[in-house]
Design a binder for this molecule. Structure first.
Ligand code: ADP
Length: 464
């Protein structure tokens, strides 16, 4: 095992990695921006290095500063967390060139999966179904003729997109013409690549993803699914495992496809294979995330596996600590991402937290780096805490989540908690009856009094 690693991240995930390192006896180096000097990840790491000003491009995305910090402190490996450089194949290559182990998959796998068009081609070759779509489209004419074949509604997708950005729903030829240059320009600015393709928009589907884990000895397992259909602006708000939509037969089929996808690229370390699942139980690959996910605690809740410790062990060259038959799911786990956002418009609301009290009690876990009198900076992601509930069944996980969110005291800023509490009392949500359009329909309808059935239109196309 490594003696010392550097954590190229901030916030709750940096702390989460520190906890895993402490349990393994690995020393930690925190890097931080000038704005984060007083952050908890800096306080709890064994060593700290300031790597630049608040702006992420000058600090958490500053590869030379991070590599220098690792060299100065004698770290042997770098854990990138999620976001920032976690899916930068270039960063992983620089780490290896500098004799630092990148805690994640091979750079070439990151590069392939980070390019949605290449990933789709790899999945087609491996006979994993992808959403019907086009190859790269550049001009208006190319896009229009591809769109005629696919049919509307469809999505313009940036090949390098992520985090809900670089996606645009279009319902007509006029919209395609209008938005194609816009998406290309936005993608060029945000991801340094303006390559886009078209994908059929699958109405009324669920986002169901599978956690996979490989080691460097050719072993590969899956750790079940996470249901992530509760989203706003194509970004997840609440996740759970198991998915209310899966039975054992469907789970086995989807798991086999996820393993096939990971196997096709020789995957090592933690990864997530994302699918859209329709009402006919057909499912389609949308992308693979080559890193630890925000929602990994949901899988930890039902499997009892510590995914971050496993990541470190696998990166250190150890074999996976379990076989597929050792992985058994127990009960139900659910996560709410508490964001510093207006609960109605979901606009970020950074500011100072004046009071902060974390809920506790049976079946509850809260991952956060926030505290009273801390500043939620406009420079970074608006997520301030993850609340994870566990129960013997879904109903218990929901009731624990409700009482946790009701007793979570956060003053001074607005949070998404009121929106999540509303979701948790919605009859369709409680019945497990929802898809990725849930929030769009939901925002348009008045709150349903508890116990009253709602009549949702399951075929509506959300106005993205
Ligand atoms: P990102 O990389 O930005 O997370 P994804 O490709 O994973 O983008 O898609 C994010 C979300 O957008 C999905 O979870 C789903 O809700 C929606 N989505 C993506 N592709 C499709 C599609 N072809 N049809 C319907 N919804 C889609």
């Amino acid at each position: 095992m490594f003696k010392k690693i550097l954590i190229a991240n901030r916030g709750e995930i940096a702390l989460r990695i520190i906890w895993a390192c402490r349990e393994l006896g690995v020393r930690t180096v925190a890097v931080h921006s000038e704005a984060d000097a007083d952050s908890l990840h800096v306080k709890f790491a064994d060593e700290e290095v300031c790597i630049g000003p608040a702006r992420a491009t000058e600090s958490y995305l500053n590869i030379s500063a991070i590599i220098s910090a690792a060299e100065i402190t004698g770290a042997e490996a770098i854990h990138p967390g999620y976001g920032f450089l976690a899916e930068s194949a270039h960063f992983a290559e620089v780490c290896h060139a500098c004799n630092l182990k990148f805690i994640g998959p091979d750079p070439e796998v990151i590069r392939m999966m980070g390019d949605k068009a290449r990933a789709r081609a790899a999945m087609d070759a491996a006979h994993v179904a992808t959403v019907p779509g086009s190859g790269l489209v550049d001009t208006e004419e190319e896009a229009e003729s591809a769109a005629e074949k696919i049919g509307y509604p469809l999505l313009i997708k940036a090949t390098a997109g992520g985090g809900g950005k670089g996606l645009r729903l279009v319902t007509s030829r006029q919209e395609l013409r209008r938005f194609l240059p816009q998406v290309k320009a936005e993608a060029g600015a945000a991801f340094s690549s303006d390559a886009v393709y078209l994908e059929k928009y699958l109405v009324g589907t669920r986002h169901v993803e599978f956690q996979v884990f490989g080691d460097e000895h050719g072993n590969l397992v899956h750790m079940g699914e996470r249901e992530c259909s509760i989203q706003r602006r194509h970004q997840k708000l609440l996740e759970e495992s198991p998915s209310p939509a899966l039975d054992d037969v469907l789970r086995a089929r989807m798991a086999a496809a996820a393993l096939k996808a990971a196997n096709a690229v020789g995957y090592a370390n933690a990864g997530t294979v994302e699918f859209l699942l329709d009402k006919n139980k057909d499912f389609y690959f949308i992308e693979m995330n080559t890193r630890i996910q925000v929602e990994h605690p949901v899988t930890e809740g039902v499997t009892g596996i510590d995914l971050v410790k496993e990541q470190l062990q696998v990166a250190a060259g150890e074999k996976l600590s379990m076989k597929q038959s050792d992985i058994v799911m127990h009960g139900h786990a659910m996560e709410c991402r508490v964001n510093a956002e207006d609960p109605v418009t979901f606009r970020p609301c950074p500011g100072r937290i004046t009071a902060f009290h974390v809920p506790g009690g049976p079946g509850l876990r809260v991952d956060t780096a926030a505290h009273a009198d801390c500043l939620v900076s406009p420079y970074y992601d608006s997520m301030i805490a993850k609340v994870i509930s566990r129960g013997n069944n879904r109903a218990e996980a929901i009731s624990r989540m409700r009482r946790a969110l009701e007793s979570f005291i956060i003053e001074g800023i607005k949070t998404t908690i009121p929106a999540q509490l509303r979701i948790l009392t919605d009859p369709d949500f409680i019945a497990g009856n929802f898809d990725t359009g849930f929030m769009t329909r939901y925002q348009d309808k008045p709150a349903t009094p508890p116990g009253e059935a709602s009549d949702s239109d399951r075929t509506a196309v959300p106005a993205v």
